[in-house]
Design a protein around this ligand. Structure first.
Ligand SMILES: *Cc1c(COP(=O)(O)O)cnc(C)c1O
Length: 372
């Protein structure tokens, strides 16, 4: 008998929790009579910059736009190469293309993260590559001392993709602070999700901040003065108000809960058929996902968990260079063995702030009981 369904995300439980603050935020915005780029966005940007340990934050419409705007602020030229990872949300590479760039890929390491040692070899052999979009995948932080060394050695312009890693650190360095720019997403499933679409850009450079603010708003530097070919990519006052009043104040606790669930699962999962995918040693992770590598038939493991009422995900089943949309990039001859291996064997188990300890126990028990 399936007793309950353990979801990957529990948005209804979240609503019960945030309802009062969220409704007050809606009331505040509605009454203010100011719905786009007003005080709420400004105040949220300040709060999030403080939380992230990066001087400036610019709210935008979604995480993909944040990456595109970041690259354009850094002066990406049409057709220019941008080094990135084959294993990520498709949006990472799509943003590069939307910004006019050409994504180029190096393989991941054995834990699915962009292999920074392989990136160093690639950059040494391809001196024309000036741009990079590294991704802190699954909520784990890439080794930021290594990334900083790469940035300095090859004079790289970097937009860090922090859509899955808000609040993560490496060697005590916050993610997003090594790139000249960084991007994050408030898509509802993310660690700081809003009630719709949203995203943000981070930078420590005042000039880059001004350019990003112009690009999100038709490229205007002042009202009716357009200096750039911009986007319409604004964060709504409503989303900003809800984020600031109801969600950002909970983020530290959300992260602590994710970390303690991750610890329970790491300690509890003892079957040799599953390997938990951890971050680098230097990573202080925020566990956006709880990814495991399955030895044996992934579909049978998924079916086993489903029969116990436990939802699972796959991140990601198809590596980016093999997506049909990128056929024209002629990547068929390039191989990415470790990213491909991950794409074939990874399963994401539920981890979210509203998961109860009894449900975590259920997941652990079900994992250890799998017999294929
Ligand atoms: C979600 C995500 C994005 C895109 O964010 P959107 O807000 O959905 O546009 C980009 N990169 C990564 C790694 C993501 O997880």
């Amino acid at each position: 008998m399936v007793q309950s369904t353990i979801l990957l995300n529990d948005f209804a439980a979240m609503w019960d929790d945030i309802r009062n603050e969220a409704l007050q935020a809606v009331e505040r915005v509605g009454r203010s009579g100011w719905l786009i780029l007003g005080e709420e966005v400004g105040a949220f940007e300040q709060d999030l910059a403080t939380y992230s340990g990066i001087p400036f934050c610019i709210g935008v419409a979604n995480g993909m736009d944040a990456i595109e705007i970041g690259l354009r602020c850094l002066g990406l030229e049409p057709g220019e190469k941008v080094l990135t990872t084959p294993l990520s949300a498709f949006a990472t590479s799509l943003a590069i293309v939307r910004a006019g760039g050409q994504p180029v890929f190096v393989d991941t390491d054995a834990s699915g993260q962009l292999d920074l040692d392989a990136a160093r070899v690639y950059l040494a052999a391809n001196r024309d590559v000036r741009f990079m979009v590294p991704v802190h995948l699954f909520g784990h932080a890439l080794d930021l001392e290594k990334l900083r060394a790469l940035r300095d050695e090859f004079s790289l312009r970097i937009v860090e993709d922090c859509a899955q890693s808000i609040g993560a650190r490496s060697h005590s360095i916050p993610v997003g602070s090594i790139g000249q720019m960084a991007a994050t997403s408030f898509y509802p499933t993310k660690n700081l999700g809003c009630l719709g679409d949203g995203g943000a850009i981070f930078t420590a450079d005042e000039e880059l901040r001004a350019r990003a603010r112009a690009l999100r708003d038709y490229g205007q530097s002042r009202k009716y003065v357009h200096d750039h070919i911009g986007l319409n990519s604004r964060l709504d006052e409503l989303q900003a108000a809800i984020l600031r009043s109801a969600l950002l104040p909970r983020l530290s606790q959300f992260t602590e809960t994710r970390r303690s669930i991750a610890k329970m699962m790491c300690d509890g999962i003892t079957t040799s058929r599953l390997r938990v995918i951890r971050g680098a040693d230097s990573s202080c992770s925020v566990w956006h996902l709880f990814p495991v590598q399955v030895e044996g038939e992934r579909e049978s493991f998924q079916a086993h968990l489903k029969a116990q009422g436990i939802a699972t995900g796959i991140h990601y089943p198809i590596i980016i260079p093999r997506q049909r949309a990128f056929e024209h990039l002629s990547l068929a001859n390039e191989v990415f063995p470790r990213a491909s291996e991950m794409a074939q064997s990874e399963i994401s188990l539920p981890i979210h702030p509203y998961l109860r300890p009894s449900q975590v126990e259920q997941i652990v028990t079900a994992c250890n009981a799998w017999e294929a």
